[in-house]
Design a protein around this ligand. Structure first.
Ligand code: PRX
Length: 655
């Protein structure tokens, strides 16, 4: 666990100098959804009452009997309550004055667009829900989703939620093998995919990948295919198994009753990387998740009735689930989604979209902001961005320079910035400013959301003093928390609740400053964060050793200006295999093929041996020192110091 310490120390040192603060303007405070600091005291004094008040904004078919049942580490929220997520996100709005309000504004990469009002969304969701039913999908059946960012994606999720079938979305950038593994773990009955997706003007062959994945997925009975790219997709339809989405919905009824779900019924699974090679199926349930995402969305993003809200994440990740689909739609918000790449057809695309739709709230990732910085201020400067009134960031620590740039060049010094810390597991934002109340500091996620109890502890479980680094924990359950790891409750207990008994161990390093502000320092385990995407070192190592030429591999995340971290791999080849540049390329390709392009290593270094302790443990810390060009840490425990010297030589030769 100490592996990330060096990286963290570096960030800690840099942050100690950061003293700028940005209080909210009086004008913003006055109109904010959270305008009174008393919200913190109220929630701290009685968190259950606070969450119950938030839950009262949701429509329940049957009210809950008890807000929280906490049998450490097993939580049940809104016990006995019955509700339906899609009813709350769509039907109740479609039945009222929001019927003709835009629910989803969709912008396709090639420039096509579509607006779905709540009324239209309801009809589309119902048609597709009925189509799923006609294929035999019942409450409790898992549905796998492997799609691009098209309107049918949120429609599919909402249709699943309407009939009580948990969805399991697999990001479209994952490989066939990753998809297969996730389908099999979830034992999904149906797969929904697209013929292809547009990305930077090229076609991503989703259906082709899905076909490859489907060799060896016995649970899948039917595959539903959205027609998106047409002729350019290599999408052969398999008779008897594959069905076109548009054929299925053509004659389906647009009426569908929402299935009453127990508050604790599963809403979805979402696989994420942990510290082993096997991804974890994070389980989110119905009532608490909806209450948590809706409340955080309303207070943190300060959404107002006529706002256009744009979260730029992909729905393949938790950010898209909670803050493109469920949180915003529960609040009746107009949620914008964009299909493609920020540099297509040019580097001004995001700003062109923000201008075109008059976006008021923008939520994106530090890696995107750093990319925009590199592209230059001329791109955003070309567009009138005066509609923006709030900016957000998520996914990784934001460096103060990027924060300041975002504030100046996108927010034009008018917009509060909310830096939100959370995880797939937490389901909702946990440490974040409230924009009308919090004086922000560039690089700090500031304070726990009302009702959230976070702390930073040392190895022994003692609270660390101001300014010192430690491990982030959460002391109390929260409504949108994951309930378990699908099929592996033991891992849930071991990985998250055992290191500090009674508390949730987040896997992040953090410090708290004199004002009680939290500064996130990055992961403390073997999880990398590459462009905001979570990848485990073991997953990449397993993919490498799967190649016939590789004997052993060690992978680290190296600090990278734009991506946050980049993947560096140190590889030992099998006897007699020549270490060529061609082989390096082949290995990179192999990893991309096994896991997905997001896991492709930036650098591969061949070495006759890897630095190991005398008890044969690979010393990743030293590899990181080498990769970062730092003075080597303690090498006294190395079995063979010559190994490190030779690796360093190679690294320096390359730089
Ligand atoms: O290390 C933290 C980082 O992202 C991890 C969670 O990744 P994932 O489950 O993929 O969810 C990402 C989107 C919620 C965390 O353990 N992280 C996320 N947000 C921040 C962050 N690190 C620092 N600051 C943030 N705002």
């Amino acid at each position: 666990m100490a592996d990330g310490a060096a990286v963290q120390q570096e960030r800690l040192d840099a942050l100690l100098d950061e003293r700028r603060t940005f209080p909210p303007s009086e004008e913003f405070r006055r109109q904010a959804n959270a305008a009174d600091h008393a919200i913190y005291q109220r929630a701290a004094a009685d968190p259950e009452a606070f969450w119950a008040d938030e839950a009262a904004r949701i429509d329940w078919f049957k009210p809950w009997d008890k807000v929280l049942e906490w049998n450490f580490p097993w939580a049940k929220w809104f016990v006995g309550g019955k509700l339906n997520v899609t009813y709350n996100c769509v039907d109740r709005h479609a039945a009222g004055p929001r019927r003709n309000k835009a629910a989803i504004i969709w912008e396709g990469e090639p420039g096509d667009s579509r607006v779905l009002t709540f009324g239209m969304l309801q009809r589309e969701v119902n048609r597709f829900a009925n189509a799923l039913k006609s294929l035999g999908v019942r409450k409790g059946d898992r549905v796998a989703v492997y799609m691009g960012m098209v309107p049918e994606l949120p429609i599919a999720l909402l249709a699943c939620a309407k009939i009580g079938a948990p969805h399991s979305v697999v990001f479209g950038g994952f490989s066939a093998e990753s998809l297969r593994e996730r389908i099999n773990d979830a034992q999904a009955k149906v797969l929904i995919t697209c013929d292809g997706a547009w990305r930077r003007g090229h076609v991503v062959h989703l259906k082709h990948n899905a076909d490859e994945a489907l060799h060896g997925t016995p649970s899948i009975e039917k595959v539903i295919v959205v027609h998106r790219v047409g002729e350019r997709a290599e999408a052969a339809m398999h008779e008897g198994r594959d069905l076109w989405w548009h054929h299925l919905v053509e004659h389906a009824s647009d009426k569908c009753e929402a299935e009453p779900m127990d508050a604790e019924d599963i809403l979805y699974l979402l696989y994420t990387s942990g510290t082993t090679g096997k991804p974890k199926g994070i389980v989110h349930t119905t009532g608490g998740y909806l209450v948590g995402t809706a409340a955080t969305h309303r207070y943190i993003f300060d959404v107002k009735e006529n706002d256009v809200y744009w979260c730029t994440a992909d729905i393949g990740w938790v950010t898209g689930h909670s803050y493109i689909v469920y949180g915003p739609l529960a609040n009746g918000t107009t949620s914008l989604m964009y299909e493609g790449s920020p540099d297509y057809p040019d580097r001004g695309r995001f700003w062109q979209i923000a201008h075109k739709y008059g976006v008021n709230i923008l939520y994106t990732a530090p890696t995107a902001i750093r990319t925009f910085m590199r592209w230059g201020t001329e791109w955003p400067a070309k567009y009138d961005l005066s509609s923006l009134r709030l900016l957000g960031t998520v996914g990784e620590p934001i460096n103060p320079e990027a924060w300041i740039w975002y504030n100046q060049h996108i927010g034009r010094e008018r917009c509060p910035i909310v830096d939100t810390w959370w995880q797939t597991e937490t389901g909702m934002c946990m440490i974040t400013p409230l924009p009308g109340l919090t004086a922000t500091k560039p690089g700090s996620a500031t304070r726990p959301f009302p009702g959230i109890d976070a702390e930073v502890l040392d190895e022994k479980g003692e609270r660390v003093g101001p300014g010192a680094g430690g491990y982030l924990v959460l002391n109390k359950p929260w409504p949108a928390m994951f309930r378990t790891i699908y099929g592996d409750p033991e891992r849930y207990v071991r990985q998250y609740w055992s290191r500090y008994p009674g508390r949730y161990f987040a896997g992040d390093g953090a410090k708290v400053d004199d004002d009680g502000y939290f500064w996130l320092l990055g992961r403390v385990d073997d999880v990398m964060n590459v462009s905001g995407h979570r990848i485990s070192t073991y997953e990449v190592e397993s993919a490498l050793v799967d190649h016939p030429s590789v004997a052993e591999a060690a992978v680290i995340g190296k600090t990278h200006d734009v991506k946050g971290q980049a993947i560096s791999a140190f590889v030992t080849l099998k006897e007699g295999t020549p270490a060529t540049d061609h082989l390096k390329e082949e290995l990179k390709q192999h990893v991309a093929h096994k896991i997905g392009a997001l896991a492709r290593p930036d650098d591969i270094f061949f070495s006759a041996e890897l630095p190991k302790t005398r008890s044969a443990k690979i010393m990743r810390r030293l590899l990181r020192d080498i990769a970062e060009g730092r003075v080597l840490g303690d090498t006294t425990t190395l079995a063979d110091p010559a190994v490190v010297a030779s690796l360093r030589q190679q690294y320096e030769a390359k730089e």
